[in-house]
Design a protein around this ligand. Structure first.
Ligand code: FAD
Length: 458
């Protein structure tokens, strides 16, 4: 028993240590935790009760939808977790307009499966077990990004539970500041319980796998090619290597079920100048990429430390540095995802995701026993070429990453909205960002500067 006075409306929704569901609820994908209590609300009103109760407790408060956050802050130690996993409805509101309503606890694999029945799709991310709530309130860089844009670009309305317990509906005519925040910085203002999102019509897609030997010239040509490519092509690359050489493994998605169109867009990827090591293509449903078969429980099974930067089109200098990062003896896991296309259609000030000129997102990951300091050392030569960051591919949400994700006026507005909607800082109460932990429970990664963090959060 926790000794917490859980209100009557939530007693049946409270899960404490000792409950048979505890092991499946206490942790996240990347971190293992021991909160005091997990609350499983079923409605926005129950979420409001949960948030007011958690706020009044003075304990750390975490919000969890799918539990896939890379920083592990969707759980905590000794505090309260508001877990939305039972709020997972997926509803097609208007088939012709493509308007769908998703509750935050739904997983993207199930969303893809349900929408496919109506010939619709939302570009979300690359994993079917990621939750709607964490992704659709921060960005959403997926397999159809250059065709569709980011997930947040298509959020038309949302229900937000504010820390004071109000349940607010936001759309362009009602509480527009809230909608602005939900589209990139949703966790700054409240708990988003559902989102109305415009899906795109989609049948089969072309999926190509192309692997080429990569040097800096190949990377440069690849980047230049993607910058000018038609927007029905999105390519994510995995760059791996050693001192012996690098390999670029591309997964290319063509938003077309026409074999000729798929061939036309895939073939140039084998013509970048590097030796082709493998090439195959198929037509498949979008659900083959974002599958409900990815579903699994999260129990801290994947400790990892990730950072990222957004890059304009590569230059010969940045291509050379990217190559040396990928072949660094620390062997980071390096991914390069294409942006551009539809992501550039939205003005920077329109949402809390302001990065609208970059053409690539690079993520760098290391795994324990490697540390955050080692990752920083690997990433350092690439940082000068970065012009921003995506907060959802960041394990350590410190001050540097806040201002990289929300530069200038965007960051000022996010902080202003935090002060307006969460003046007590209920959603920012976690003492310090959780650090990835090893299997033995030992914390890895560098400790952020607490005083600068406090300054940002105040
Ligand atoms: C294996 C893997 C693959 C990924 N692939 C992609 C990808 O391809 N593209 C991409 O864009 N991202 C990707 N991500 C990152 C992903 O977008 C984030 O990790 C996201 O936060 C996960 O959402 P979640 O609901 O599962 O997270 P949770 O762990 O439940 O939440 C993470 C954080 O989001 C906030 N949050 C969650 N729910 C809500 C809510 N309802 N209201 C307000 N705030 C909320 C909270 O701050 C919380 O701490 C990937 C992550 C993993 C682990």
């Amino acid at each position: 028993m926790t000794g917490l006075a859980v209100p009557a409306s939530l007693r049946a929704r409270a899960v404490e240590p000792g409950d048979r569901r505890w092991e499946a609820l206490r942790s996240t994908y990347t971190t293992a935790h021991d909160p005091a209590l997990v609350l499983l609300p079923r409605t926005s009103e129950e979420v409001a009760d949960a948030l007011v109760f958690a706020g009044g407790s003075g304990l750390p408060v975490s919000v969890r939808s799918g539990g896939h956050g890379l920083h592990g802050r969707s759980s905590n130690d000794g505090g309260i977790v508001v877990d939305l996993s039972v709020m997972d409805a997926i509803e097609v509101l208007d088939r012709d307009a493509g308007l769908v309503r998703l509750q935050a606890g739904a997983r993207w694999g199930r969303v893809a499966e349900r929408l496919a029945r109506d010939g619709l799709a939302i570009s979300s991310g690359d994993h079917g077990n990621v939750g709607v709530g964490g992704l659709a309130t921060a960005g959403g860089i997926g397999w159809l990004t250059r065709t569709y844009g980011l997930t947040v670009d298509h959020v038309r309305a949302a229900t937000v539970v504010l820390p004071d317990g109000r349940v607010v509906r936001t759309d362009p005519e009602h509480e527009p500041d809230l909608l602005w925040a939900v589209r990139g910085a949703g966790d700054s203002v409240g708990i988003v319980t559902d989102l109305d999102i415009e899906a795109m019509p989609l049948g089969l897609v072309g999926i190509g796998q192309v692997a080429v030997a990569a040097d800096a010239d190949v990377l440069l040509r690849w980047s230049q090619h993607l910058q000018g490519a038609p927007r029905d092509l999105t390519v994510n690359g995995l760059l791996s290597g050693s001192s012996g050489g690098a390999v670029l493994q591309m997964t290319a998605v063509v938003a077309s079920d026409e074999p000729d169109r798929v061939r036309e867009l895939l073939e140039p990827l084998g013509d970048l100048g590097g030796r082709v090591l493998g090439m195959q293509a198929q037509l498949a449903p979008y659900t083959a990429l974002v599958s409900s078969e990815h579903a699994h429980a999260n129990y801290g099974q994947q400790p990892a430390i990730t950072t990222n930067l957004l890059l304009p089109t590569l230059t010969s200098d940045s291509a050379q540095v990217l190559l040396s990062v990928a072949t660094h003896p620390a062997r980071p896991f390096v991914q390069v995802r294409s942006l551009g296309g539809a992501t550039h259609d939205v003005a920077p000030e329109e949402s809390a995701f302001p990065h609208r000129s970059q053409n690539a997102l690079t993520t760098l990951t290391v795994f324990p026993p490697q540390t955050g300091s080692e990752l920083d050392e690997v990433a350092a030569p690439l940082r000068p070429f970065g012009t921003g960051a995506y907060r959802n591919f960041e394990s350590r949400p410190d001050e540097r990453t806040f201002w990289a994700a929300y530069p200038g006026a965007t960051g000022e507005r996010v902080l202003e909205l935090r002060r307006r909607y969460d003046p007590e800082g209920v959603l920012r109460r976690l003492d310090a960002p959780s650090q990835p932990v090893r299997g033995d429970g030992q914390v890895v990664g560098s400790t952020p500067n607490q005083s600068s963090l406090n300054a940002m959060l105040s």
